[in-house]
Each structure stands twice: as C-alpha cells, then as structure tokens.
Write a protein that binds this ligand. Structure first.
Ligand SMILES: Cc1cc2nc3c(=O)[nH]c(=O)nc-3n(C[C@H](O)[C@H](O)[C@H](O)COP(=O)(O)OP(=O)(O)OC[C@H]3O[C@@H](n4cnc5c(N)ncnc54)[C@H](O)[C@@H]3O)c2cc1C
Length: 604
C-alpha cells in the first residue's frame, strides 16, 4: 500500500470483525521484496552459522556466549534494523523488522530473548519516547551493539499489575537529579547490559515514570544471581537493586507520570515481535521432526508413514502457516498506518507510536495465539522424537522448554486475552469502530427467518469465507449480549472475557490464513496452493470447534430461557458447514507435502 493510502482505506485496529477485507489488501510472506528476502537470508545465514551450530552451548548457561553472539549481530547491523538512520540504524520498515525478529529467533529462546529484550523493550522506549539529546546519546550505541539495553518494569510485588511498583524516584534539593531506590526482578539482559529503562514512582503519583539509567555499580546498582529457570538457559535474568541511584533529570523519559503509557506501548511492539519470534522456532522443529520421522523405523516402517505421526506434522505445519499469515498481515497494517501518519505530517516517532497503538488488539491476539502454537508445535516435536525427544541431546527438549516463557512475559496470556476484548469494547464505546450497527443486525437476523437457499460454493475457499462471516456473527452475538447484560461490570466476568477472546483470536487467525491463501491461489493458481488450501481448511475446522465450545459456555453463563435457546440456535446456524471437510484427508495431504519436500516450504 502506498503512502497515499487514506485513513478510510486502511483497516483500523479491531475492524476486521465488522469489515470485509479483500484478499488483495492483505500482505503475505509471498509479497516480501527482493531487499527483504536478502535481509531474511542473511539473518538465516547468521543464525545457522553462529547460533544453531552451537545450540548446545545455550543449554550450558553460557551467558558470555549469548553476549558474544549479540555483539556479532550488532556488527552485522541486525540490532539496528528498527532504528532510524538518523541514529545509525538501518531504518527499515515494520515488516522488515518482523522478518529479522522471526528468522533470528528460531534456533534458541536464549538468544531470541536477549535479542528481543535489547531491540524491543530495551531500545524502543528511547526511540519512541526519548528526546533528541537522549536519542543521540543512547540509540546509536544500542543499535551497534556497543551497549546493550534492559527493561526494568517488574518487581516482586508488581507483575501483571505493572503500575503498582514500589520503586521510588526522589528529586534532589537542587532539582538536578532523581535518586532511584527499589527492587526489580526477572530482568532480561541484566547481566551484561549498559543501560536500564527503569520505571519508578515520583512521590504519590498515580502513574509511574520512565528513566534511562546507565549501569554503573558504583552508583548504587547491584544484581541478584542468575535465576535458575525452566528454559532459555543462557538468557541472563537477574534481579536489579537500585539504592539511591543518582539519575540526572534529563534522563527522564517523556514526562512525569507517563511511564505506564511508555511501558504499555513498548509492550504492544514487544507482543507482535514476540509472535514473530515464535515462527522460525516452529519451522525448525517441523523440519527436524520430518527428518527424524523419515529416518526412524519402527515395525519395519518409517514412522512418518503412520497416520498418527502424519496428523501431528500436519497440525504443526498448519500452526505456523496460520501464524505467519496473521503476523505479517498485522505487521504490514502497522507499517501502512505509520506511513499514512508520516504522510499526514506526523514525525516518524509519533507515527510509529500511534501506528502500533492502533493495532494493540491484533498485537495481543498474536501474542496469545502464536505463543500457544509454538508450545503445541514443540510438544508434538518431542512426541515425534519419542524417548529421544525427552533427551537433552536433541534440540526438541530445549525448544519445548524455551517456548514456555512466551506465554508468560510481555503480559501473560490471561492478561492479553482480557486486554484484546477490553480494548475492543473501549473502541466500540468511543465510536472508533462501529460494532453496534453490525451487532444489532445480528440480533435482528436471530429473530428473522433463516434463508433456505443452497449457496454455490464452487469457488476456492468460498464456503470457508462464508463460514468466517458467520463466525464473526457469533462474536458479535455473544459479546453484544454480554455487554448489554453486564455493562461496565463485564470486566468482572473474566471467564466470559476469556471465552470471548478465544472466539476473537480464532476469527482473526482463520481470516488471515483464508485471505493469504485466496490471494495466492488467485495469482499463482489454485493447483500451486493445494496444500495451503488444506492447511487453511484444517485450521478453520478446528477453529469452528473452539468457537462452538467457547460460545456455548458463554451463552449459558448469562442467558436463560428463550434468549438462551435463540442464541444457541443462532450458534448452530452460524457454525454450520454445508460441506463438512474431510479433515483426515486434509491432514494426509499436508503430511505428504512435508514428506515429499523434506521441509516446511511455505515461507518462501
Ligand atoms: C524469563 C523471564 C524474563 C522476563 N523479562 C522481563 C524483563 O526483561 N523486564 C521486566 O520488566 N519483566 C520481565 N519479566 C517479568 C514478566 O513480564 C512477568 O513475569 C509477567 O508480567 C507476569 O508477572 P508475574 O510473574 O508477577 O505474575 P503474576 O502477575 O503474579 O501472575 C500470576 C498468574 O496470575 C494471573 N493474573 C494476574 N493478574 C490477573 C488478573 N487481573 N486477572 C486474571 N489473572 C491474573 C497471570 O496471568 C498468571 O497466570 C520476565 C519474566 C521471566 C520469567
């Protein structure tokens, strides 16, 4: 999409629920430019050479090795892809930064966490909220890897409730500096960073304030021991103690009391990037699993020939295909919105902030969906390897352990589920997206007479598209009725919110896959996309199941009598296939493609 794209053309955050998107308007991995391909390939090459070749070292708590790899990434410019050229970065667009994040993260969670913490939450707050002096002073060093960054938000008593931290910042009598005192925990990169982004409270302010704090042990900064963790063994995670640490007033980020906003916006970027960081990890697990399943013979048969194994491989490939579809779709939406705002006169900084904020719902959806998929994919990877999967001698075991953290950091999946629905409701209330009209229309449809026509679904994915449109009605029906019933008290009904979030997630992920496959089928031919069509259909089939269960659970929790009966009938109508897909055949088809090609080949 060009920079002339107008507000009207670009889908707003959350609007996917109520506006149909033409497949030509979604960005897919197949759309990346030659320059982006080169960037991707050099990232892959770096990972294969420097990281994957030494994955065992990352299991030996070799923090120095992680740091050395980070420095090498810095020398290649990989730490500065998202940093504007004015601050010695590569100034690449959002999609390119996602690509780097994706392909740099596949080999081990230790390195991907170090990379993500540094380039995302460690650097971003300065590029997004820093003033000119701060950016000039810190960002070039962070972009080159001369310095590393860390982000100190979490405290022993303030995790998900991040604005409740007790760390204090006290202004000196001469008004020239703050003294920061407090305890931060779970700080990634703490062991080797030069700069901390620290959140602290001034007096009894309602909201915390952000500061840039240089790591100087002689300035009241000390570290706890390395945490003993389930996974990401070579990612440095330590407590950081500040004791009367003197920070010049000019190191305050943005304004007093703006820290919570900074923290949340940095996390929005972090969430979509975390989704990106869970993609190549899945591809590698799939490729290793295919290789193993072809070689491992039991009952005189390579295990890849067993239906049970085929089903696993098909599920794993489907997960990552759908995850790629949604991640790159949202990344391009963000990139376009940034370009649109810049064209309208916003500074790059302001444009980037607002661009990402607009898609905060999608960022939360992606964080949850992809982090749960990588868990499932690595879990099935272990299962395919059998006993060898449980052994630390194969990379399956560490991939599974490393994947686990993704559901916890950058806001737990529970928090992100609640956020996604909460933000949607807020957007509706503010009139940013019109949900009321479509929700009312669904209400009217429920009491109307259903159509008995038999639609023509001969066109590729036409039945899936029609079904998706109906699934959106399920969300509108359930959430519309819940909002009506509970009003502002809805947030107290967490299990209902969780169910609504699961429906929302399945809709966004299914739609993204359908649109990507449709677009590619139209331009490359249906034949060339037959496996992708199978993956899209398989995903949707499972999504319909999830949506049915979650919607039923929600409806019976708050509706009774006729209202309940009407909504359950609506649910049945909105989740009905005209032609049930043969999912066993779909899985066999996907597995056959993986076996024949010996790898997951759909990322271009
Ligand atoms: C390896 C690792 C690296 C990390 N890196 C960093 C870092 O670099 N910088 C940083 O600042 N932090 C970092 N963190 C902290 C991380 O962001 C927090 O662990 C996370 O936000 C959850 O906070 P918590 O651990 O206090 O869990 P809690 O907030 O205590 O949550 C415990 C459980 O309760 C649930 N819960 C909490 N509140 C609610 C609610 N309102 N409704 C429903 N359920 C709720 C949660 O979802 C979770 O399941 C890291 C953590 C780890 C483990």
């Amino acid at each position: 999409m060009s920079t002339e794209a107008t507000e009207k053309d670009i889908l707003r955050g959350g609007q996917f629920l109520v506006r149909e998107t033409a497949c030509e308007d979604v960005f897919t991995l197949e759309d990346i430019s030659e320059e982006q391909k080169m960037m991707r390939d050099s990232t892959k090459e770096f990972v294969d050479r420097e990281i994957w070749a030494h994955w065992e070292r990352f299991e030996q708590k070799d923090y120095a090795f992680t740091e050395a790899c980070m420095r090498k990434a810095g020398e290649l410019g990989l730490l500065g892809v998202a940093v504007p050229e004015a601050y010695d970065g590569l100034g690449m667009g959002f999609v390119s930064t996602m690509l780097v994040c994706d392909y740099i993260s596949g080999a081990t969670g230790s390195f991907s966490t170090a990379f993500g913490a540094h380039t995302g939450i460690g650097t971003m707050p300065i590029t997004l909220y820093g003033n000119e002096e701060q950016k000039k002073k810190y960002v070039p060093k962070l972009a080159s890897g001369e310095w590393f960054g860390a982000y100190c938000l979490t405290e022993p008593g303030a995790g998900s409730d991040a604005n409740s931290g007790k760390t204090k910042a006290v202004l000196s009598e001469d008004g020239k500096s703050y003294k920061i005192s407090g305890q931060k925990m779970w700080i990634s990169n703490a062991g080797f960073c030069s700069v901390f982004i620290v959140f602290a409270r001034i007096e009894d302010d309602k909201n915390i304030t952000g500061f840039i704090v240089e790591n100087d042990p002689s300035n009241g900064i000390s570290l706890g021991d390395e945490e003993k963790k389930l996974g990401i063994h070579s990612s440095s995670t330590r407590q950081v103690f500040f004791s009367d640490t003197v920070v010049p007033v000019e190191n305050m980020l943005s304004e007093r009391g703006n820290g919570f906003k900074i923290a949340m916006n940095a996390l929005n970027v972090g969430r979509i990037k975390l989704a990106g960081a869970c993609l190549d990890a899945q591809r590698r697990v799939i490729d290793e699993s295919i290789k193993y399943a072809k070689e491992r013979v039991q009952f005189k048969t390579p295990i890849i020939d067993f239906g049970a194994i085929k089903a696993k491989l098909a599920l794993m490939a489907t997960n990552v295909y759908v995850d790629e579809s949604a991640s790159y779709r949202a990344a391009k939406n963000i990139e376009d919105r940034i370009a649109m705002r810049e064209a309208a006169g916003n500074s790059h900084q302001e444009a980037e902030l607002k661009g990402v904020e607009e898609y905060a719902i999608e960022c939360s959806i992606l964080k949850v969906a992809v982090s749960e998929d990588v868990q499932q994919t690595t879990d099935e990877g272990i299962q395919i390897f059998g006993g060898m999967g449980f052994s630390a001698d194969t990379p399956m075991e560490s991939a599974w352990r490393d994947a686990r953290i993704s559901r916890i950091y950058e806001g737990t999946n529970e928090i992100n589920r609640m956020l996604s629905v909460g933000m949607l409701v807020k957007k509706a209330m503010k009139g940013h997206v019109d949900f009321l009209g479509p929700a009312t229309a669904v209400g009217e449809e429920l009491v109307g007479i259903p159509s008995f026509e038999t639609p023509d679904y001969s066109e590729t994915l036409s039945e899936e598209k029609a079904l998706l449109a109906k699934l959106k009605k399920v969300f509108l029906m359930v959430s519309g009725a819940a909002v009506q019933k509970y009003g502002p008290q809805l947030e107290e009904h967490q299990q209902l919110l969780m169910s609504a979030a699961d429906i929302l997630i399945e809709i966004y992920m299914s739609e993204s896959a359908i649109l990507r496959t449709e677009k590619n089928a139209k331009r490359f031919g249906v034949e060339s996309q037959s496996t992708q069509i199978a993956m899209t259909q398989l995903y949707l089939f499972n999504a319909v199941d999830i949506i049915q269960t979650k919607a039923k659970e929600a409806i019976v929790s708050f509706a009774e009598g006729d209202e309940q009966r009407m909504m359950l009938m609506g649910l049945k109508r909105f989740t009905k296939y005209q032609n049930q897909p043969n999912v066993i055949a779909l899985r066999n088809q996907i597995a056959a493609d993986l076996e024949e090609n010996g790898e997951y080949r759909f990322d271009g």
